[in-house]
Ligand binder design. Structure first.
Ligand SMILES: [Zn+2]
Length: 129
């Protein structure tokens, strides 16, 4: 699953950062998740807990903030949130990302995704020795 490989990547990143800061334990991980990643936040949390097992991040509290998907319309210049129902139910992420989302302002399909595809670690809480 996509969530699990993402979780493993996040855990190895936060452990690296924590070690650079002389941490012995990670107690909290705060993430920002773009809507267009189509990752399920609950499943991602679960995957993070599994990926953290046996590491210094084991038992860390995970908080996920959802960032809305943003599109740009080359027809009318609209730049802003895309309506969630426009892309919900899309079967695969790669398909979705090549799909043109309708502009909520003028209805044109001449849009491109400019935000909401990222999954970033905002900050972490650590315990140092
Ligand atoms: Zn438009």
């Amino acid at each position: 699953m996509h969530e699990f490989s993402t979780a493993q990547m996040i855990i190895s990143t936060v452990i690296r950062v924590a070690k650079e800061n002389n941490a012995t334990r990670i107690t909290e991980i705060n993430l920002e998740l773009g809507e267009f990643t189509l990752l399920n936040p609950d499943y991602l949390k679960f995957s993070l807990n599994v990926a953290a097992e046996g590491t210094m991040a084991e038992g860390a509290k995970v908080n996920i903030t959802i960032r809305p998907g943003v599109i740009y319309c080359s027809e009318c210049g609209y730049e802003g949130e895309a309506k969630k129902e426009d892309f919900e139910g899309a079967p695969h992420v790669p398909q979705l990302l090549s799909l043109s989302l309708k502009c909520p302002k003028c209805g044109s399909s001449a849009t491109k995704i400019v935000g909401g595809r990222e999954c970033t670690v905002k900050n972490i809480q650590i315990v140092t020795a």
